[in-house]
Design a binder for this molecule. Structure first.
Ligand code: UDP
Length: 323
């Protein structure tokens, strides 16, 4: 197939591009490099530097490349930033996405895989959370992704756009070549590994008084390569749908830090910090629907294996992508 990948220079996008190329697909990466890295773009992919907010640019990219399907990763994805700058999140994630689906329909491209998020649930009233869990986002990031999910429903109904929205829980890990490098790193695993690399003095624990067995937040960590395999399965879904993606297991912040100690052999000192605003105590996915309907089966169900792959990448790229 020929796939156009928006955000293909980002963390999850770059690893999906790698897997698509490995299975013999032709890939066009469309990315404005605001968050992504040129060095994360596989040299076998065609690269178009463009911005989804420039409707002409995405329209031209789709018109000239004539893809069979689009994978849409390009977005801003930091909860705290969205609480300070909601305009950026609604503008880039909603308006940019709308330009994309409009360009797809205009050019007769009717298949989309969209990276959505468990942040659309807010503080879920069911854990593990299945697809029918009520969606009540508690920050502009989650709201912007939910708005785009709703746009997709209407584009399916009105224009016959077949979409698969994959709601990720906590993505982590790396492939051999590509890994996680955010210019501002807020995520737990890369930050803890920065302590092991000697770049940060302590691992900070945001909240030690949550109603969980060890007092720290529980999350469902999913390996980025398992996420990539779900995207590839989603390309051949017969109809539109929403899927939650996690392993179904919960790991606390302290358990993640212990796994990092074991994998790196570094002591990793910690300090307790206040809770981060908007952090629910427990987020765990029920991914039964993805397993049943897409035939998805995660290969990495153990936090140490996930951390090990991230550590391998960070050790090989201590300063991330240097571009
Ligand atoms: N966290 C932490 N210290 C850090 C970064 C994150 O204690 O330096 C906590 C955070 O409060 C949350 C969990 O780790 O409970 C996962 O956070 P992350 O930012 O990786 O993902 P999120 O769950 O926000 O998508």
């Amino acid at each position: 197939m020929k796939i156009l990948v928006t955000g293909g220079a980002g963390y999850v996008g770059s690893i999906c591009v790698e897997e698509l190329l490995q299975r013999g697909d032709e890939v066009i990466v469309f990315d404005n490099l605001s968050e992504g890295h040129r060095l994360a773009i596989d040299p076998s992919a065609t690269f178009i530097q463009g911005d989804l907010n420039d409707s002409k640019s995405i329209s031209l990219a789709i018109n000239t490349s004539e893809p069979d399907a689009v994978m849409h990763f390009a977005a801003n994805a930091l909860v705290a930033e969205s609480m300070e700058n909601p305009y950026k999140y609604f503008h880039n994630n909603v308006c940019g996405g709308l330009n994309l689906v409009n360009a797809m329909v205009e050019n007769g491209v009717r298949r989309l895989v969209f990276s959505s998020t468990c942040a659309t649930f807010g503080t879920p009233d069911r854990v593990p959370s299945d697809e029918d869990t009520p969606q009540n986002p508690i920050n502009p990031y989650g709201e912007s992704k939910l708005m785009f999910e709703k746009i997709l429903r209407w584009f399916d109904q009105v224009h016959g756009l077949v979409f698969v929205a994959l709601r990720y829980f906590n993505v982590a890990g790396a492939s051999e070549k590509y890994g996680e490098h955010h210019r501002t790193e807020t995520h737990l695993i890369p930050r803890v590994l920065q302590v092991a690399l000697g770049h940060l003095p302590n691992a900070e624990i945001y909240g030690t008084d949550f109603p969980t067995p060890d007092g720290t937040c529980i999350r469902d960590y999913i390996h980025v390569r398992d996420l990539a395999s779900a995207h590839i399965l989603a390309l051949s879904a017969g109809k539109s749908g929403f899927y939650n993606l996690g392993t179904g297991g919960g790991t606390s912040v302290r358990e993640v830090i212990n796994a990092c100690r074991k994998v790196t052999g570094h002591a990793i000192p910690t300090i307790g910090k206040p809770r981060r605003s908007g952090d629910p105590a427990r987020l765990i996915a029920s991914s039964e629907k993805a397993r049943q309907s897409l035939g998805w089966k995660p290969q990495f169900e153990n936090i140490e294996a996930i951390v090990e792959s991230a550590w391998r990448w960070h050790r090989a790229h201590p300063a991330g992508y240097q571009d």
